[in-house]
Ligand binder design. Structure first.
Ligand SMILES: [Zn+2]
Length: 68
């Protein structure tokens, strides 16, 4: 299994969509726990890193650059 690196601002796709049917989440806090924010409804969820790694599918956008 590949160890994944997560950064603030990364957009990830989860295996299971959120209640609002969006499965894109933005990482807004990284540490022992990961806090992600739903891109659909803005709801934020805190979960343990290993739990997050299990629930996420892939990184969609690797720390997106600012768009001008
Ligand atoms: Zn949501």
């Amino acid at each position: 299994m590949i160890r994944k690196e997560f950064k603030l601002g990364d957009i990830v796709q989860m295996k299971k969509p959120h209640a609002c049917s969006t499965n894109e989440m933005e990482i807004i806090r990284v540490g022992m726990d990961i806090r992600i924010k739903c891109r659909g409804c803005g709801h934020s969820i805190l979960m343990a890193r290993h739990e997050f790694e299990k629930k996420m599918k892939k990184i969609i956008l690797d720390n997106p650059p600012e768009i001008t």
